[in-house]
Design a protein around this ligand. Structure first.
Ligand SMILES: C[S@@+](CC[C@H](N)C(=O)[O-])C[C@H]1O[C@@H](n2cnc3c(N)ncnc32)[C@H](O)[C@@H]1O
Length: 259
């Protein structure tokens, strides 16, 4: 099917400044992988700021995924449900096999991803993400099973010669999120783009995507990554605009997101 090339926009700059410029109710899916300093008070305060923005700019049918740490996940859950009246959908566990070991305690081998929606009317494209059935039963769906809420994916350093970013997320996680919670042509926002995983997968899957990243050195890494899109999926349009001057429309909104 012929679709217009997705709009992929990277803004090198501060999410505190850029995110408020995203138009109200314009985004279908937010993938939030913020930096965590370890100062929980500060991290939770920052997340409140991100949640203000997320709720404002999500469409009513929109979905938010946030990568969290074990210590603050319960606080973020309560904030999203009680303060922001977002609807809880899933607490996803990303299980991986590598990582630093603990000598007095169990080594950490997972990260939590919270999934909340803005309303009861949201995308959930189950048929796009089915996995092979584990056993043969007459009641099984022949098209495959729901993948469940424990996702096993290797950390990217197993797949890349050199890690692009210390916190780089597996493309397969982002692919599953995007396929589940958006449709081709939808608008995705990744306010902490890092090495550009979301931008790359969104491009490959034909979704528009806007990313913010404060580190200028990530710009070239992201641009290279998008130019060698290797997901071998249906859409593979090599197209990205790097916005350096954060041009806004007459309403003061970021120009490229006015889709
Ligand atoms: C956890 S990493 C994101 C990793 C990304 N998901 C990936 O797969 O590569 C968080 C990123 O946010 C960036 N960052 C930190 N503070 C920021 C801010 N105020 N505005 C925009 N980006 C910021 C960091 O430089 C870092 O690259």
């Amino acid at each position: 099917m012929n679709r217009p090339a997705p709009k992929i926009d990277l803004h090198i700059g501060d999410a505190f400044i850029l995110w408020p410029k995203i138009k109200d109710a314009s985004i279908d899916l937010i993938i939030l992988d913020p930096p965590y300093s370890g100062d929980h008070h500060q991290d939770i305060n920052n997340c409140q700021h991100w949640f203000d923005q997320a709720k404002r700019c999500l469409k009513n049918s929109g979905t938010l995924y946030i990568f969290t740490t074990q210590k603050i996940a319960p606080y973020l859950f309560i904030l999203l449900e009680k303060t922001y009246n977002m609807l809880f959908n899933n607490w996803i566990t990303w299980h991986y096999t590598q990582g630093p070991g603990k000598t007095k305690g169990f080594s950490v081998r997972h990260q939590d991803i919270l999934m909340f929606t803005k309303s009861n009317t949201y995308n959930f494209n189950i048929d796009a993400i089915r996995v092979p059935q584990k056993s043969e039963r007459s009641t099984n769906n022949p098209n495959g099973a729901n993948p469940g809420d424990v996702w096993q994916f290797h950390k990217p350093k197993n797949n890349h010669k050199t890690l692009l970013h210390h916190h780089e997320k597996p493309e397969r996680i982002i692919e599953r999120i995007i396929l589940t919670s958006s449709n081709p042509g939808d608008n995705i926002l990744d306010p902490f783009a890092g090495s550009g995983t979301t931008l790359k997968v969104a491009q490959a899957l034909g979704r528009n995507c806007t990313g913010f990243e404060i580190e200028p050195k990530m710009q070239d890494i992201i641009a290279t990554r998008l130019s060698e899109c290797d997901l071998n999926l249906e859409y593979n349009n090599k197209h990205m605009t790097i916005r350096e001057n954060h041009q806004t429309n007459p309403n003061g909104e970021l120009f490229p997101i006015e889709l």
